[in-house]
Design a protein. Sequence first.
Length: 224
Amino acid sequence: MGRPDIEHDVQVCGKPVGKRNSDLKPRFCAGLCRQVHKNGADGQKQYSPFRYNRVMIPRFHAPFQFPLPRPAMKVFFITILLVLLSARSKLRAADHETFGQAIFMAGEHSLSVDLATTPTQQERGLMFRNSLPEGSGMLFLFSPPRKVGMWMKNTLIPLDMVFIDTNKSIAAIAENTIPESLRIISSRKDSMAVLELPAGDARRLGLVTGMPVSWIIPLPENKN
């Protein structure tokens, strides 16, 4: 098989291409002009897979060609970004609308907290919230009681986690948990509830292991 001739548009780039021994792969000149194989192995005109109707860009500079024009690409990616931001904003806005409410009592303190009883509510928890006011929190109820594992994925603020056993007393307290951490925080005993508070509130409220606690779930208001 002989060396193929290479057609080089000197008028476009102004730089000649020197001779070389090579296979049928095209050669790029310094000016990145259009080049094709003039004669293939069978004597017919052989088109390089790199040939385009514009200035050639080496493959290692452009690993793929996006089918959309550049302005359309920008519009496409901006649209996708806006859709994702809108979905995340709706998730955050829905936090307070989809949780129940409960009154949590420990010692002389009573707190108005969000209530998470369904799997969907418990999976969401306090994720994506940028703040949690002092004296508020979220109470997770588990029926039947079980060994509970909690983590801080997508949770942006540090928390205190209070594990409550089947006797309605505090079994364990995990203070100042790390935001976004994937470490599992679990109870050693079966828990019927977990109370999440802003970091520092467990100490401020004087919560300790063995302390009895209780909660009241108000009946939903009758709108009729």
